[in-house]
Design a protein. Structure first.
Ligand SMILES: Nc1ncnc2c1ncn2[C@@H]1O[C@H](COP(=O)(O)OP(=O)(O)OP(=O)(O)O)[C@@H](O)[C@H]1O
Ligand SMILES: [Mg+2]
Length: 490
């Protein structure tokens, strides 16, 4: 048998790798992966959406020497089987080239390391002219005239990736500028989500800043970890060989407890339920989200559960990560394990959530103050299920709900048990009987509630029928009669 070296024909191979399936936003994210892997903390996406469109991604990472840059520009610069450093977001040795050239025909990379700047360029038109893998290199003097040079000049080290000649965009749209702007908008949102743990400071790690034409991107935290009504559950781990997958479930607040800003930050109210599920991170970079792998029905967990799963890059071999790092499938034994962990954790939390002490009220009234027996300790709690409390929180933003809840808890904590006990023992029981509101005040409250029920399409008939079961109104029978007379026929 003889052997022949068959080298791929550059113009054809390069053209076909353009169709791996990158979208604009996943392509930009892939370049930012490289910047983060190079320890950059200042990443700038600069662009011009009018003719001739261009886009630059500049970073202050460690940069590359001329030799390193040449290797980096090679298709398959590193073997996918290589062990990577623990913070490296790369795997295939392809992203820089395939992501960039999926969007444009000309990719230039300038990089500075050890005080020297090198630059190289893949131009698909030039490759097609020469029929070879012809990488163009600039001399150090020529580099000084390239756009992006001022950024490198101002930094000790760093890299600038420049995209030019957006042929696909031109074919796709009659209004290239508007389409380019839309794509930038999508990319911004995508980056806010997939890199949110780099953009928002997390546990002693360096904060990464990403700007779009100077405008900082704010991380979009899908767990609303800072919201007071978010319920983080205990961390869980899944061990695979010597590595650890960390799992942390969160129960999100109901939409009524969220401010418009919170809602925006989780991607809208529809997303609240639809995007339940696992959020899978590889080295803190979000890869796949909003799926239960079809192993849990959307409503099974009842609540608004989102589960953070952290997988280190040393476990890349267990999942089928694709080149774009935008889809990945986990082996079924891991999925099943994850699902078991979550069912357990969320199931248990539901019970904890519901327990909060046993209501020892015997009658059927809706009491404002509920007597609670919490494992033998007796105390009073304000009933959040009273219609007025619901209406109140319904017209508040997240901050308002937080303040109200804090105030109510303070009221509960400072209930003067000893004082009440002392006065009752002294036979001053009548202190409890005095009413602090007059007819008009109570009537106004009842009327307000009627308006709200009407506006919200609620059951007015049921409300009027059960008014005397709310212990606040029970003390004002004349209000109940009057409000019923007034609204009974509506
Ligand atoms: N911004 C950058 N700063 C420093 N080095 C970089 C930068 N971008 C790329 N590199 C170097 O170029 C190499 C090739 O990058 P490329 O994105 O093609 O592959 P990768 O990141 O190794 O793997 P993947 O295909 O999974 O992205 C990287 O491994 C890195 O060494
Ligand atoms: Mg890469």
């Amino acid at each position: 048998m003889k052997e022949k070296i068959v080298v791929p024909y550059a113009p054809v191979l390069v053209e076909s790798t353009r169709s791996i399936g990158y979208s604009f936003e996943t392509a930009v994210a892939d370049i930012i992966d490289n910047s983060i892997s190079a320890d950059a903390t200042d990443i700038r996406v600069c662009f011009m959406s009018s003719e001739p469109q261009w886009l630059r991604i500049e970073d202050d990472g460690r940069g590359m020497t001329e030799a390193e840059l040449e290797t980096a520009m090679r298709y398959g610069s590193r073997s996918p089987g290589d062990a990577r450093s623990k913070d490296d977001l790369g795997r295939f040795g392809l992203g820089l080239k395939t992501a960039s050239l999926s969007q444009c025909r000309k990719l230039s990379v300038m990089s500075k390391r050890d005080g020297r700047v090198a630059a190289a360029c893949w131009d698909l038109d030039y490759i097609s002219q020469t029929g070879e893998w012809s990488l163009q290199l600039w001399s150090e003097d020529e580099v000084k005239n390239l756009p992006g040079y001022p950024f490198l000049e101002a930094h000790e080290s760093g890299t600038v990736v420049l995209w030019q000649n957006f042929d696909r965009l031109q074919q796709e749209s009659a209004n290239v500028q508007a389409t380019f702007d839309e794509k930038i908008d999508l990319a911004r949102k995508h980056i806010a989500l997939v890199f949110h743990r780099f953009l928002n400071i997390e546990g002693g790690r360096a904060h990464v800043s990403i700007t779009f034409n100077g405008d900082p991107v704010k991380g979009l935290d899908p767990f609303l970890t800072r919201h007071p009504a978010t319920q983080p559950l205990a961390d869980q781990v899944l061990r695979i060989k010597d590595e650890v997958i960390s799992v942390k479930p969160y129960i999100l607040p109901f939409a009524s407890k969220l401010s418009p800003k919170d809602i925006q930050s989780i991607g809208g109210t529809d997303d609240l339920r639809q995007h339940q599920g696992f959020y899978i991170y590889r080295n803190r970079r979000l890869i796949v989200w909003g799926t239960w792998f079809r192993l849990i029905r959307q409503n099974e967990l009842g609540k608004l559960a989102r589960v953070r799963v952290d997988i280190p890059n040393s476990l890349d071999f267990i999942w089928e990560l694709d080149i774009k790092k935008s889809t990945a499938s986990l082996p079924s034994f891991i999925k099943k394990n994850l699902v078991d962990i979550v069912r357990n954790a969320v199931g248990r939390s539901e019970k904890v959530y519901r327990y909060r002490g046993r209501n020892i009220q015997k009658d059927t009234l809706t009491h404002i103050w509920e007597p609670i027996d919490k494992r033998g300790a007796f105390h009073y709690r304000i009933n959040r299920k009273t219609p007025i409390y619901d209406m109140l929180t319904g017209c508040m933003d997240g901050k308002g709900v937080f303040l109200l809840e804090s105030f109510v808890k303070m009221l509960e904590d400072s209930f003067p048990y000893a004082d009440v006990y002392y006065h009752l023992a002294q036979n001053e029981a009548d202190i409890c009987r005095s009413k602090s509101m007059d007819f008009d005040e109570v009537y106004k409250i009842a009327e307000q509630m009627v308006q709200q029920i009407r506006a919200g399409g609620g059951d007015l008939f049921q409300f009027l029928k059960t008014l005397e079961q709310i212990d606040f109104f029970v003390n004002y029978p004349e209000v109940i009669t009057k409000i019923r007379e007034r609204y009974e026929d509506d």
